[in-house]
Write a protein that binds this ligand. Structure first.
Ligand code: CAA
Length: 257
């Protein structure tokens, strides 16, 4: 499929999506989000792909929702278009999704990174939610996801007072998994994705779902979800292979079945 606002690549078992509206610092307009969700769904459906990396440019992962396209909208326009509803497709991806963030990850850009499973940052990454300065609030999960990641006090400061977080701060907070020089952060994200891609896909999928349940449910329900996932995986060929390979002291060959 041809896209205008994103670039799609595959690196063996890893899919790579690059946000590509350089003149607007990858501002997330409806076309870009629709194309992004479509490409993510295509990777999700492709058996040859086992993990996905989402990146922007060195200067900007994404500078937020497109202010130019939103500026003149009324509340009723916003409600009818439900622009943010489409963004849920990013969080609904079943395969592991790693954000490789360099430069600005502001507003919706930060929120997209927060929807990903892991964040690898370059030294120049800056995370922030400046929506209040525009007279609005974050609308793609920022108020809910950031507080779960960094706690109430800091989330308040970031959102109410446009406090920006550097890559190093984000690392110390556990918000990002690792920080690398600008020259290598994308390769490192791809390498991490390739490692995960070598693991049994069904177990990886259930593990991701179970971890995300920790955000969605009470502990008892989450534990039940986890246990059912564990039991279910005993019906997979990969479980038989993984355990046999361990006992036979050889490398396993996982097929995703
Ligand atoms: N929407 C639309 N266009 C944007 C944009 C955005 N979010 N961010 C940057 N651009 C455009 C600029 O308008 C500019 O275009 P022109 O050359 O045509 O004027 C171009 O990208 C380059 O931007 P700057 O000249 O501003 O570049 P800079 O290096 O001086 O500054 C920046 C970079 C600090 C990121 C600055 O562009 C900025 O503050 N951007 C807006 C950040 C923001 O407020 N994001 C929140 C958006 S609202 C949101 O995301 C809602 C939600 O929750 C979903």
């Amino acid at each position: 499929m041809d896209y205008e606002t994103i670039l799609v690549e595959t690196h063996e078992q890893v899919g790579l999506l690059r946000l590509n509206r350089p003149k607007a610092l990858n501002a997330l307009n409806p076309q870009l989000v629709a194309e992004l969700v479509s490409a993510l769904q295509a990777f999700d459906a492709d058996e040859a792909i086992r993990a996905v990396v989402l990146t922007g440019s060195e200067k900007a992962f994404a500078a937020g929702a497109d202010i130019r396209e939103m500026a003149d909208m009324s509340a009723v326009d916003m409600l009818k278009a439900d622009l943010i509803g489409t963004w849920d497709g990013i969080y609904q991806v079943k395969k592991p999704l790693i954000a490789a963030v360099s430069g600005y990850a502001l507003g919706g850009g930060f929120e997209v990174a927060l929807m990903c499973d892991m964040i690898i940052a370059s030294e120049t990454a800056v995370f922030g939610l400046p929506e209040v300065s525009l007279g609005i609030i974050p609308g793609a999960g920022g108020t809910q996801r950031l507080v779960r990641e960094v706690g109430k006090g800091l989330a308040m400061e970031v959102i109410l007072n446009d406090r920006r977080l550097s890559a190093e701060e984000a690392l110390a907070l556990g918000l990002v998994n690792a920080v690398y020089p600008t020259d290598t952060y994308l390769d490192e994200a791809l390498a991490l994705a390739a490692q995960i891609a070598s693991r049994p896909p069904l177990a990886v999928r259930f593990a991701k779902e179970a971890i995300n349940q920790a955000y969605e449910t009470a502990l008892t329900e989450g534990l039940l979800f986890e246990r059912r996932g564990l039991y279910f995986l005993f019906s997979s060929e990969d479980q038989t292979e993984g355990m046999a390979a361990f006992l036979e002291k050889r490398s396993p060959e996982f097929k995703g079945r």
